[in-house]
Ligand binder design. Structure first.
Ligand code: M6R
Length: 588
């Protein structure tokens, strides 16, 4: 799961690559590399770490008119320079950058070894470079076609041939690939945000292209020339500035109010008539990570406000489950990036089963969006930090608005007002969580408890904290603690109690006090400050401002996002780029 960029232009090709790589860094950032080609000379530079390190070590190759770059999220082989891309085949005859997974790489590599092609890296991608180098067809597209036919799995790869003129080649299968040409510069990339302004092409599975000076030729799966039409250029937001914030994550949390206001406005201008005509008897909401958590809340909305059978599922489970899905099932796929491989595969499965497909995403040109019969933007604006913050809040609010749109006009207008009001409330509610963070940042385990939607907030809060602080965090339904997990509570183990629902407040308190009796240190996030005589049970109490019940989960998650951020900073980590992760998980 990586980002690739390739360019053919008269000069400064490195600049296009570096700029592009910064923009696709959300796809992985454990190592990075660039290949420049001038005539038959090839120069490869790569490094473990981030783009700035690569820029520092890369000298522009004189006369280079072709270049391709790669930012990696390791799937096969350790994170080191050797396994970083670009990867060369024998004698640098062909050099490639690859995004995806070659599932049959191990059998291919052993086969190739018998033919004298010896792998030098531990990557699956090297199989592509070796396959390309195996034959010497006169037309390099034939090498591409031949190599492509041996591959199983998913790929978007870009390749250069040493003895070739100023060209690069690219192929796509189940990993996104886009192309761009303005007569002077021709490019390919994993995401059109890498391109200068203007219309671009979206390659379909099986297609290839040859990018040369100011020109792109497209080929179908059999190598026949095709003429795809251009995708209209829509201003693609790639808000790369931190605007004075130390990290994107902090900036993005603070952008939540404006994002929610934009979402409310966009939903107000959306026509739901077609969706309202869809007959369904069951709703499945599908996503991964934080998006899955927003699906859990979405399912509660469907059950509560539409009295419909609704259930959330992890996309990675849904795609292999024996779930009964048919034309009467409304499947709602939620994804910030719209490129999450599991969510896409789950949507493809639902399409095969004739379910009705709704997509809620932040990226309207994404693969997932192209699969939806009904597509709604979550309008969060670009989210760069790996931890989902404003996008999560917009997903929850988007699902709320969607359910209310299906309920009826009055409910819908009220819900739009509620979201707009929440946006205003939030503007004044960015509290300082540094004391709280100070108290917990050295702990090695932290528990979050809640009931109903507060349990879902606990799940999301635990995910957020663990992903950027590396502390072992667990979320439990409050009432479940005593059924096993309580044995893990020791003296001063932090238990963060989320309680925003008055009707079950007492029950949550009981569970919290049971933990306290076993030595837990309690922290409370609630609307109802505890009774005077209860105050001493809590090391920290945070009272949330007034908000309508269905949106309380959003209000409650904000301080938890800020807490995670502060803990990460206190631990000396980079919250924007936690280890081992990537913003967009484009492989299974
Ligand atoms: O782009 P998506 O919304 O499909 O991503 C899904 C998850 O990978 C994502 O929410 C992940 O869990 C976040 N890093 C959590 O903060």
């Amino acid at each position: 799961m990586c980002g690739i960029v390739g360019v053919v232009c008269k000069e400064n090709c490195c600049d296009y690559i570096f700029k592009g790589l910064r923009r696709v860094q959300y796809r992985g950032y454990d190592s990075v590399g660039i290949c420049q080609k001038a005539g038959e000379s090839i120069q490869i530079d790569k490094t473990k770490g981030l783009i700035d390190k690569l820029i520092e070590k890369t000298k522009p190759l004189k006369g280079a008119q072709v270049a391709m770059g790669h930012t990696r999220w390791a799937t096969h082989g350790e994170v080191n320079e050797e396994n970083a891309h670009p990867i060369a085949g024998k004698n640098q005859q062909w050099v490639i950058v690859h995004n995806g997974i070659i599932e049959n790489y191990s059998s291919l590599i052993s086969q190739l070894q018998k033919e004298g092609e010896i792998a030098k890296t531990q990557t699956d991608s090297e199989a592509i470079a070796l396959l390309l180098s195996l034959n010497n067809f006169e037309d390099p597209i034939k090498n591409m076609l031949w190599a492509k036919r041996q591959l199983k799995g998913s790929y978007a790869f870009c390749a250069v041939k040493k003895q070739d003129k100023n060209c690069l080649y690219a192929a796509k299968y189940k990993s996104p690939l886009y192309a761009y040409c303005n007569g002077e510069i021709a490019m390919v990339a994993s995401d059109p945000i890498c391109f200068p302004q203007g219309d671009y092409y979206k390659l379909e599975d099986g297609q290839m292209c040859k990018v040369s000076d100011g020109k792109i030729v497209f080929y179908d799966n059999d190598g026949n020339i095709i003429y795809p039409s251009k995708q209209k250029y829509k201003k693609i937001s790639s808000d790369c500035d931190k605007d004075g914030y130390q990290h994107y994550m902090l900036k993005e949390i603070y952008q939540t109010p404006e994002a929610l206001a934009r979402l409310a406005k966009n939903f107000l201008n959306t026509n739901f008539d077609k969706l309202k005509k869809v007959k369904f008897n069951k709703v499945k909401l599908i996503g991964c990570g934080s998006a899955y958590h927003s699906c859990l809340i979405g399912a509660e909305y469907f059950k509560k406000y539409l009295k419909t059978d609704a259930e959330a599922a992890y996309a990675s489970e849904f795609r292999y489950s024996s779930e009964i899905i048919n034309s009467k099932t409304l499947c709602i796929f939620v994804s910030q990036s719209g490129e999450t491989a599991d969510t896409i595969a789950a949507a493809e499965k639902a399409i095969k089963k004739h379910a009705k497909i709704v997509v809620l995403t932040n990226v309207l040109h994404s693969t997932l969006a192209s699969l939806g019969q009904f597509v709604f933007p979550i309008s969060a604006g670009s989210e760069i930090a790996v931890a989902s913050t404003k996008a999560y809040s917009c997903q929850v609010a988007g699902l709320y608005l969607l359910v209310m749109a299906l309920k009826g006009e009055r409910s819908f207008y009220q819900s739009v007002r509620n979201v707009a009001q929440l946006s205003k409330t939030l503007e004044k509610f960015f509290i300082n969580m540094s004391d709280f963070a100070q108290d917990i940042y050295q702990k090695n385990k932290i528990y979050f408890i809640g009931k109903g939607c507060d349990y879902i907030t606990a799940l999301e809060a635990a995910l957020k904290l663990k992903e950027i602080s590396y502390i072992n965090c667990w979320a439990m339904p409050a009432g479940e603690l005593k059924h096993g997990t309580l044995s893990l509570i020791e003296r001063n183990t932090p238990v963060i109690v989320i309680s925003t629902n008055k009707s079950v407040d007492d029950k949550v308190m009981n569970s919290a006090l049971e933990a306290k009796s076993r030595g837990a240190k309690l922290y409370l996030i609630s609307y109802n400050p505890p009774q005077e005589n209860q105050l001493e049970n809590f090391a920290f109490c945070l009272s949330l401002p007034k908000c309508c019940q269905p949106l309380k989960s959003i209000l409650a998650i904000i301080p938890m996002q800020l807490l995670s951020y502060n803990v990460s900073i206190l631990k000396g980590l980079n919250p924007d780029m936690p280890r081992n992760l990537a913003k967009s998980v484009t492989v299974e």
